[in-house]
Each structure stands twice: as structure tokens, then as C-alpha cells.
Design a protein around this ligand. Structure first.
Ligand SMILES: [Zn+2]
Length: 70
């Protein structure tokens, strides 16, 4: 589940919430109970492939490496 970072404009605290993407824009209340929060633009790490394997043309090893060597 992706994590979203929010900042409370009342107490200035920042906090993270894990919520479904469908609720990413829903209002969130800070841990202190304030409702005046804004969602920060942060790098959202969605579960899955962290880094796509770069098709490197250098180095020695294996065949094409991208599948389809068939
Ligand atoms: Zn607050």
C-alpha cells in the first residue's frame, strides 16, 4: 500500500499514512486530531519493482537478458 506524507497546518507536524490509492486525496487528520492538513508531494514507493532493470550494453554476461532469447 502506498504511503502518503501529510503536513498539519495547525501544529506544523508531518506524518505519513498508508492508504489505498483510491483514497489518496481524501482528507487526513494529523495525529493530534487537526483536520487542516495538506498532502505533500513525496516520492511514493509503491510496492513492486523498485528499479527497472536497465538494459546495459556493456559488461560480459549472459545473452540479451531481456527475455526473448528464444
Ligand atoms: Zn496537527
Amino acid at each position: 500500500m502506498p504511503r502518503y506524507e501529510f503536513r498539519c497546518r495547525t501544529c506544523g507536524d508531518t506524518f505519513e499514512l498508508s492508504r489505498p490509492m483510491a483514497e489518496s486525496s481524501d482528507p487526513a487528520s494529523c495525529p493530534a486530531g487537526h483536520d487542516d492538513t495538506v498532502k505533500l508531494l513525496s516520492a511514493v514507493a509503491v510496492g513492486g519493482s523498485a528499479a527497472a532493470p536497465a538494459p546495459s550494453g556493456g559488461g560480459g554476461g549472459g545473452c540479451c537478458g531481456g527475455g526473448g532469447c528464444g
